[in-house]
Design a binder for this molecule. Structure first.
Ligand SMILES: [Mg+2]
Length: 178
């Protein structure tokens, strides 16, 4: 069976936690982290919540243009990203893909024969990525970039029943330690 790392996008691989997608730029260490994960035998899968699409704040075509730009940026030197999945829904849509729901992880686990117990979710929002890790049976790493520090501070109550398996300075430090 394969193993995978499921990454959040904004605040984890680059950009800011809640900023507009068209301002997204990868952190300087993001590609090194993704390459290191590949060398350690992991599939690299990005899962991002983009509820601004269903709320009508972010037009789908604008999002898709940015999605392609970001994917090309990560994959420009070598193929670092295996899947890049986005959820356009808001909570009231009752989808199964909006983090912390596990739809995308379940789908990838089936497609690639991934052992989720040997896999990780890495993100800067405890209520999304750490709860997702728990729901999917993966290990969860909270990074301190983006909204990570606030997740441990003023937003800790939004995921009070959960604990990260690890807290890392950033995604590169996270990959180094797994
Ligand atoms: Mg984030």
């Amino acid at each position: 069976m394969k193993k995978a790392i499921f990454y959040d996008l904004q605040g984890t691989l680059g950009g800011e936690a809640t900023a507009s997608i068209d301002s997204f730029a990868p952190y300087p260490f993001a590609k090194e982290a993704l390459a290191l994960a590949k060398n350690k035998g992991y599939l690299n899968i990005i899962i991002t919540n983009q509820s601004k699409i269903s709320k009508g704040i972010l037009p789908l075509d604008v999002y898709l243009r940015e999605h392609d730009r970001i994917l090309n940026e990560f994959n420009s030197d070598e193929l670092l990203i295996d899947e890049f999945l986005f959820c356009p829904h808001q909570s009231s849509d009752n989808c199964n893909c909006k983090k912390p729901k596990t739809g995308f992880i379940d789908q990838c686990a089936e497609k690639y024969s991934i052992d989720v117990s040997q896999s990780y979710v890495i993100g800067d929002m405890g209520k999304n990525e750490i709860v997702l890790a728990h729901n999917a049976g993966c290990k969860g790493i909270l990074v301190l970039t983006g909204g990570g520090k606030d997740s441990l501070g003023k937003f800790r109550s939004t995921w009070a029943d959960y604990e990260a398996d690890m807290i890392a300075e950033n995604v590169l430090e996270a990959i180094k330690s797994i």
